[in-house]
Design a protein around this ligand. Structure first.
Ligand SMILES: *[C@@H]1O[C@H](CO)[C@@H](O)[C@H](O)[C@H]1NC(C)=O
Length: 251
């Protein structure tokens, strides 16, 4: 997965003016790009009066476009002024490229590997007797692909997945469900593709007893053994006591 297929926008409201009667004016700058080398950087600067965008500078077009009579009038005026034009176009490097290079190295290129958990659960429908849940936790960035493999072949039917859920702390989680009918000897795997992995990570389902089940089993078995020992000890004690009892003849 590459970041090149993401569309990035850095938004900044440059300034706003408010007046007593509630009318206001503001500029909004957007730096739009989709390549790491910022080659397609586009600056869009919107000029807005009372919530209506009346003119916009588009650095790809290298000019202003007006959307209202007032906007068209001003766009013509600004477009015919070489100083304004040079200054606007210079903002692409000075403002957009400069800030986004920093933004890239500080945020966009950072990744956090997901922690993957594969478990069985009760199927949601009665179509299949078994269901597996593959969860990926605490990953960044959001883009991820979770798929299922049956003996190495991708399975697409009876698969449902949640969206990438935001944990609210920059990390995300996602859960994918596969409902299936187990066959002996097959291998079911969950495949996760994420920017933090050099290669997709494949986790095979181990149908043997999971650890928590093994623990419960061990506790139960120890309890049983202990119970048997105590019962046996009690029985022996009781037998010994009743043997040693002297019967006093009654007269
Ligand atoms: C800027 O102009 C280019 C070229 O016409 C266009 O493809 C692009 O969508 C425009 N951007 C905006 C936000 O209007």
């Amino acid at each position: 997965m590459t970041l090149s297929n993401l569309k990035c926008t850095l938004l900044l409201v440059v300034f706003s003016f408010y007046s007593a009667d509630g009318y206001y004016y503001h500029f909004m700058s957007e730096c739009r790009y989709s390549w790491k080398d910022l080659r397609d950087m586009e600056l869009i600067e919107r000029r807005i009066y009372n919530k209506v965008e009346y003119a916009r500078y588009n650095s790809t077009l290298k000019k202003f476009i007006g959307y209202t009579d007032h906007g068209v009038y001003n766009a013509e005026k600004w477009n015919s002024d070489p100083a304004v034009m040079a200054q606007m176009q210079a903002e692409v490097d000075r403002y957009c490229k400069h800030n986004n290079a920093i933004y890239y190295s500080n945020i966009l290129e950072k990744t956090a590997e997901p922690y993957i958990k594969l478990r069985s659960a009760k199927p949601a429908s009665s179509k299949h007797p078994a269901m597996l849940v593959c969860s990926a936790f605490d990953f960044y960035p959001k883009a991820i692909r979770v798929t299922w493999l049956r003996d190495g072949e991708e399975v697409t039917s009876d698969v449902t997945s949640t969206e990438e859920l935001s944990d609210g702390d920059w990390y995300y989680q996602v859960h994918s469900h596969l409902e299936y009918t187990p066959k002996s000897g097959e291998t079911i795997s969950c495949k996760v593709e994420h920017a933090s992995f050099p290669q997709p990570k494949v986790v095979d389902w181990d149908p043997s007893m999971p650890e928590s089940e093994r623990n419960k089993f061990a506790i139960g078995a120890s309890g049983l053994v202990l119970g048997v020992i105590i019962a046996a000890a009690g029985l022996i004690y009781y037998k010994k006591k009743s043997h040693g009892r002297i019967l006093v003849p009654q007269s």
